[in-house]
Design a protein around this ligand. Structure first.
Ligand code: C5P
Ligand code: C5P
Ligand code: ZN
Length: 478
């Protein structure tokens, strides 16, 4: 029995079918979750001696599915997408084009297929309890079992956690539900450690003042976005934060990972105190500390040791048409591909911060129940959803309304991304339905999760789309 008993039968059926395939095409999505999904599935297929090729798609639509059908593979394994396009896929299945096997966590379209592994089919939440990488991990565990190694492939739990964290599945910083079973298997296999630590991005790699200055998770007046303030804060503590004599980079600032446990404790509690003194509400300040997931096989001080930093590195590759680079890193390349990925990461971080600045500068427009902005061609359509999610947390943007973002896709099409909050979902918000229905009403298509979803619409239909989305949200929250 695997880490998620309710999905074991489905995983076993998919695994058995894969071991019987002549040639498999593995198709996956271009984000952190899609890349880790592909790496997990590809490793498991290789270990089970199932020949396969791997392709990545920005989005699965009729055209892409037709091109997949035209490749001469008898079996297609879809990871981190496929469920939402099941209506189209099942037509190809009926025509005998290929046998589909799906390991996904998106809202399924209205159609059936035999080999379908998706948490939503068993009442498990696909936005917070199991990601595409998690579904792929269950498949990998079943593949090991099908080939005589019931404990095999547990090392792949580390990548599954990177995928879940990359999809923002952690609830208040912590993985829950089916994801927990995966974390536990990873810990037993010795590849993962769960701990409590400062919940700021960049603990492995950023010099301490930069870690504090750039952290946007909890804004601390006089520290966040304040270089002098961050340095002043550190210099006021009874710890020397500079590297000592003889170290390779003598005199430079230390990073969080270079601190002893006692030193970490000093910084964390002083930071919390500073936040409270400067008026950050206690409920918010608490979020400075949270659960972290460490990949213990990776070197200390590298981007890959922290699940959150690892996932951002992967988004920096795949969302910029370099999924090959991210996949190579997931499969163990610590040479050229890793170097390339780190360069891409610098570019990605710059784009995210410029994108967010642009939104702050221009502001967002208000409809009755939603807010929105049009990034035109200034934010890449592949990252506009990430920027929209970040914007929900900044000053000047209402954190209690869903946010919708438009970005230019090409001359004829516009990309739409929508993000909500756990609280709104609790009140009935389902952005997957909003994106699907509002986009169809203007001749486009979409899908996703209750808390985060997307669509493509014909350019020029933005206003009608906002009206349609606004009235669906009104019904959901009414
Ligand atoms: O296609 P996929 O499921 O991999 O993408 C999920 C998207 O939803 C990610 O961009 C992720 O950041 C977003 N998300 C979110 N908040 C959540 C869950 C997911 O913004 N709580
Ligand atoms: O692209 P974005 O990050 O906004 O996507 C949010 C979620 O919506 C992802 O899970 C993505 O796979 C899904 N999505 C979809 N159909 C689209 C666009 C996005 O299912 N046309
Ligand atoms: Zn996903």
């Amino acid at each position: 029995m695997g880490p998620v008993p309710d999905l074991t039968d489905r995983a076993q059926a998919c695994a058995r079918r894969l071991t019987e395939a002549d040639s498999v095409l593995l198709a996956s999505h271009i984000d952190a979750d899609g890349l880790t999904s592909a790496a997990i599935a590809s490793t498991a297929l290789e270990r089970a001696a199932v020949p396969h090729d791997v392709v990545f798609k920005k989005q699965l639509d009729e055209t892409e599915i037709a091109s997949i059908a035209a490749s001469d593979h008898d079996t297609v394994l879809f990871t981190d997408f496929g469920s939402g396009q099941l209506d189209v896929i099942s037509k190809h299945e009926a025509a005998g084009d290929f046998e589909p096997i799906i390991a996904d966590h998106h809202q399924p379209a209205d159609a059936e297929t035999e080999f379908h592994l998706n948490p939503l089919l068993e009442g498990i939440n696909g936005a917070s309890e199991l990601s595409g990488a998690g579904a792929s991990y269950l498949l990998a565990r079943a593949l090991a079992a099908a080939t005589g190694d019931p404990d095999g492939n547990r090392d792949l739990a580390a990548l599954a956690v990177v995928g879940a964290v990359g999809d923002m599945q952690a609830v208040d910083g912590e993985l829950v539900g089916a994801n927990r079973g995966i974390v536990e298997e990873g810990a037993e296999a010795g590849v993962l450690e769960e701990g409590t630590d400062l919940a700021l991005y960049g603990k492995q790699t950023r010099p301490l003042p930069k870690l504090l200055e750039y952290a946007s998770e909890v804004r601390i007046p006089g520290v966040t976005n304040d270089e002098t303030g961050a340095v002043g804060f550190l210099e006021g503590l009874p710890v020397d934060f500079h590297r000592g004599d003889g170290e390779a980079t003598d005199g430079e600032w230390r990073r969080w990972v270079d601190l002893s446990d006692d030193e970490k404790q000093t910084v964390a509690s002083s930071l919390l105190q500073r936040a409270l003194e400067r008026g950050v509400p206690p409920g918010k300040a608490e979020r400075l500390v949270g659960t972290t997931y460490t990949l213990t096989d990776e070197a200390t001080g590298t981007t890959l040791r922290d699940a959150s930093e690892f996932s951002t590195l992967l988004n920096a590759t795949a969302r910029y048409e370099r999924a090959d680079v991210g996949l190579a890193v997931c499969l163990g390349d610590r040479g050229d591909a890793f170097d390339r990925a780190r360069k891409l990461l610098e570019n990605h971080r710059r784009n995210l911060s410029e994108g967010l600045e642009q939104v702050k500068r221009r502001g967002v427009d208000q409809a009755e129940h939603i807010q929105y902005f049009d990034a035109g061609d200034e934010i890449r359509e592949t990252i506009v959803g990430i920027v929209a999610g970040m914007a929900l947390g900044v000053e000047g943007v209402d954190g209690s309304r869903p946010i919708i973002a438009f970005a230019e896709k090409n001359d004829e099409e516009t990309k739409v991304s929508a993000r909500g909050t756990g609280r709104l979902v609790g009140k009935g918000l389902d952005l997957s339905t909003v994106m699907t229905e509002a986009s169809r009403s203007v001749g486009g298509d979409g899908g996703g999760h209750d808390i985060a979803a997307g669509a493509t619409i014909p350019t020029g239909e933005e206003e009608s789309f906002v009206e349609a989305a606004d009235s669906i949200v009104a019904e959901q929250l009414g």
